[in-house]
Design a protein around this ligand. Sequence first.
Ligand code: SAM
Length: 272
Amino acid sequence: MQFDIVTIFPGFFEGFLSNGILTRALSNGIASVAIHDLRAFTHDRHKTVDDRPFGGGEGMVLKPGPIFECFESLNLTPKATRDSAKETVILLSAQGRPFTQTIAHELAAVERIVFLCGRYEGVDERVNDLLCDRELSIGDYVLSGGELGAAVIIDSIARLLPGVLGNPDSARFESFGTHHAPEPHTPGLPPASTNSAGGLLDYPHYTRPADFRGHSVPDVLTGGSHEAVRRWRRERALEKTLRNRPDLLEQATLTEEDRRTLNRLRNSSPKL
Ligand code: SAM
């Protein structure tokens, strides 16, 4: 998987690329990242990348010239004939489609992804029309640049690439895991961590010590019953989703047991 980042702030990515999961992906050769400084594709003394907007109004707009020259240096297939399952160009934009875990899974199968980071009021729209395949937003708020958005998307994709996470199941069964319906528990075996699958939020996690400053972990987690743990985790995942993201329940894969649990939770805590 190759990531290319086009930016006017190449230094922004130094810390991001040298810590955590991404470092592992880069050092194992699972992913590579190339950063392209837009100012290297300017031709004036001031390395100008922006200009005033036609029609008037506030702020400045990233000019098309340096962006087109930069893209020409990347040897991408022209947009009209590009196979976006292999190569895709993403414009980071507050006006883009919301980025989701489903899109992260989709992008994790692409071979090369180019990110164009906007600044100021954004980029000249001809860049979007002629060079970019997708316009993505990382949330309903306005950032000062697309660099954070590119970092967010790269991080969420990199952890899905085979060999990056120590335990691949960590990326299978977690919040927003719409790819997997909840799996029934096989008696006698420890429960697979499937209890947040089906598009719910994850269940709460606890670790040692069992008693921390007088606050103990829920008894069920130390009681030794796999089935009781499975039920408890599933119920907590449903409860968290109902409380924090009830919208997810509309698309979630729910069992009859889940629906009964949700009715009980709604009746017992009317605030949920
Ligand atoms: N004038 C734009 C608007 O109102 O939609 C905002 C431009 S913003 C100040 C500058 C750049 O930050 C954008 O071109 C984009 O690359 C990036 N950006 C801002 N908000 C973003 C978001 N929610 N998701 C992704 N990128 C964002």
